[in-house]
Design a protein around this ligand. Sequence first.
Ligand code: NAP
Length: 495
Amino acid sequence: MEKQQEPKAVIVIFGATGDLAMRKLFPSIYNLYYNGQIDENVAVVGAARKPWDNETFREHVKKSLMNKVDSEEEIPDSFLSRFFYESVDVTEPSSYQNLQHLITTLEETYETDGNRMFYLAMAPEFFGTIAQNLQAYGLKDGQGWTRLVIEKPFGHDLPSAQKLNNQVREAFDEEQIYRIDHYLGKEMVQNIEVIRFANGIFGHLWNNQYISNIQITSSESLGVEERFHFYNQSGAVRDMVQNHMLQMLALLAMEPPIKLETDEVRSEKIKVFRAMRPIKPEKVDQYFIRGQYGAGEIDGNPVKSYQEEHEALESSNTETFVAGKILIDNYRWAGVPFYIRTGKRMAEKAAKIVVEFKNMPMNLYYDEKDYQQPNLLVINVQPEEGVTLHLNAKSNQPGIQAEPIKLSYSYNCKERISAPEAYEKLLLDCMLGDATNFTHWDEVALSWKFIDSIIEGWKMQKPDFPNYKAGSKGPEAANQLLEKDGFHWWPIKDI
Ligand code: NAP
């Protein structure tokens, strides 16, 4: 793996006038600059169709930072002056010639050693065109490294992902492609490996002898909002499960890598994807259930149903909730269900992982009415970041009785330093040539293969939507999915 400690690069952001650049990329670049992780040798080129000049673009970047600083004056000119704008239409050859000229000039001014990062913050239909044009017009062949960062969604099924990958791979090698899954940049998702591989008490018990089931939840209280057009074509299983949920599952289930290096970690994750038991379309209902929210209440305020949010969503059959049971057919995990659930307009906004350990073989401290709570390891991914271990200990009542207690560690309290945002870490990793927390094509392909047969099964039947109230915990069928195995979902909040 090529590595360098002090990033030097021209970062070109295609789609620099868009939402992602504004909300995530500029603030992340600012934080990297503010924390001294990038300095003199980085310049940023914004590229989009709007006929902006450098000054307009810098004002736009400034606006994006307003929740990071108290006043505009605080944003140093030394930071803003490294942002440049080139008006481009990515389908037009002349755009690439102009861009090449600007990049070459900046490479000299900022002494970036000819390193180039092309960040595609644009609709996926442009990914192939941009990659091929970067090659055709020589932008890919700088004096240093060239890396291509690609946003999700990477296809909408396996054939479309394969087609997109072929287009991108005609121009770039796999080692140059950094497919973003921003969950992999989250502090607590990166912590899964450390918790597992640096602690004997978990490392030794992390298997089907001691773990009864694992639950991964990512719930949102928001609805679809202005992303409705994209979301309605995608749905929860494509938007969340194919990428973020399966990536967390892979980190929870993989074998320890022999080294913490990109290829080693990826190859262990790929083995997990290969071991996931495929779900036959005709049996989909046994393993996966879907839902769509009806009208309800969030924080005491009435909210509309999905279908009422926009006229384009009337009579839509797109799922806004999905829960599933995934089995991993390998020696370590045979017989342990991994349950996942994700949904919009749920009662709580949270992402968390609950590892439920098997109970003691004999229940000494509880009678039949009073049930012994199993030990749980809870990894809070967001909004709280931390770890909680649920144990049983002696209660201070007379007699020898046990009661559940919690050992908690919250990262939010840690040294009052806020954890870097996922995008911040991933941008830096990319500049340093560390692709560990980006997804390899094999992971993308195997996860689409798994998801495609679920979608195929769903296409055979018309869903009865809406089937859960906005502000609830999702459809009743999600509870039954676990109950038939003798389990139940652990709460999303206060656990
Ligand atoms: P967006 O707000 O619609 O921005 C799209 C950008 O593309 C704009 O800057 C637009 O600028 C530019 N553009 C469109 N056609 C162009 C052309 N022919 N030539 C040059 N530029 C063109 O989209 P977004 O929300 O930022 O999303 C960008 C990508 O990130 C998508 O793949 C999306 O799925 C992914 N993503 C977004 C988010 C998010 O939170 N927004 C989260 C995860 C993933 P002009 O109109 O000025 O050309």
